[in-house]
Design a protein around this ligand. Structure first.
Ligand code: ZN
Length: 367
């Protein structure tokens, strides 16, 4: 089922891999994809977001069938200013000096090839929407700035997980960051250090007391950056750190944050320092049951094309989190990419083909 044009699919992927598209600079990618989709009879909307655009592609279909949304992102991590894909017998790599960009251009190549297949074979289908976000790699900024009311679909299949085709992410964590700022009292470090309260010392003590790393099987905490002080001859007045807490359970996230706040406040007070905290919810988690209709659609679609599925829990967020938060049921599927965010990134050509067949199979199964 679904004979895929391997040569054309590989060319589409490598054409896109060559396009440099770091976050907020997705313009050339957007143009390439828009041109292809337009040729295939799709309508295109580039919707301004920050310094770039999100791209919404729509293919009309039998209005009696349920619309379905596919999603991926156009930006890549760096280094990506000069990507030279190397096509081997079974896999595609970069030349070793850059990332490849299969995260997430593999997904986009699959979507385009699926559209071509539909147009060539006149496969029957319902309405198909494809949303390609910008600035995903720098905190899901594109999707967060997207107006979800533009979408008709109630089901979204995001192809933005690594690994061989078949992986289905049903759970991903809540994620919040907190900045702890300690204010002590400045004093001359040589003449009257006893008049000062060193914020760096106080913050260090707080940090050593905070539970970090893996808290439990659903929860993690990490101190990511610290800063503070101005010169060696000044008792440091200010010091700050930024930390993150992630948990599959919202309750546990809140609990962990309250433990952190308690330790920070108490320790600062003990040393006569002040402690301020500001917190940002980066994204909400989601948890979808294996017997949920959307999971079943994916599993059955994979089975039809001979792909073995495998359910997984993710430790990270993706656009999928934002769709779910907005009331569009979404799961994250692997797009075949491996060793992502490194110069050793690669993708098996087999996975590009299988991914395209899974996309088609999902479209076919939306009744
Ligand atoms: Zn990605």
């Amino acid at each position: 089922m679904y004979q895929i044009n391997r040569k054309r699919l590989v060319k589409t992927f490598t054409d896109m891999a060559r396009i440099s598209s770091p976050s907020w600079k997705e313009g050339a990618m957007l143009k390439y994809v828009s041109d292809e989709a337009r040729k295939l009879g799709c309508s295109i909307r580039a919707i301004r977001c920050g310094e770039s655009h999100n791209l919404l592609i729509a293919l009309r279909g039998n209005a009696k069938r349920r619309p379905v949304l596919f999603s991926g992102h156009m930006d890549t991590v760096t280094p990506c200013d000069r990507v030279r894909p190397v096509v081997g017998a079974t896999r595609i790599t970069s030349d070793g000096t850059s990332i490849l960009g299969s995260d997430d251009k593999a997904a986009i190549a699959m979507f385009i090839e699926a559209l071509r297949y539909i147009s060539e074979t006149e496969m029957r289908h319902g309405p198909v929407e494809i949303l390609l976000s910008c600035a995903e790699e720098i905190g899901l900024r594109g999707i967060k700035g997207f107006d979800m009311s533009l979408l008709r679909s109630r089901h979204a299949f995001v192809f933005d997980s690594d690994g061989k085709i078949g992986k289905i992410v049903l759970q991903a964590p809540y994620h919040a960051t907190t900045t702890i700022t300690v204010t002590g009292r400045a004093a001359h470090a040589g003449m009257e250090p006893e008049k000062g309260v060193n914020a760096i010392n106080v913050l260090s003590e707080i940090i050593t007391l905070l539970p970090s790393g893996r808290i439990d099987h659903e929860t993690t905490m990490n101190i990511g950056t610290i800063s503070g002080g101005r010169a060696t001859n000044i008792v440091a007045e200010k010091a700050a750190c930024v930390l993150e807490v992630r948990s599959l359970s919202h309750r546990k996230l809140i609990r962990q944050e309250s433990i952190i706040r308690g330790i920070a406040k108490k320790t600062a007070a003990l040393h006569g320092a002040r402690c301020a905290m500001s917190r940002t919810m980066e994204y909400s988690g989601f948890s979808i049951r294996p017997d949920d209709p959307i999971a079943r659609i994916a599993v059955n679609a994979m089975a039809r094309v001979g792909v073995k599925h495998q359910f997984e829990v993710s430790g990270g967020g993706s656009d999928t989190n934002i769709f779910n938060r907005a009331g569009i049921k979404a799961i994250n599927l692997s797009a075949g990419m491996q060793k992502v965010h490194t110069t050793k990134e690669f993708i098996m050509i087999r996975d590009l083909i299988d991914g395209t067949r899974v996309v088609l199979s999902i479209i076919d199964s939306m009744s």
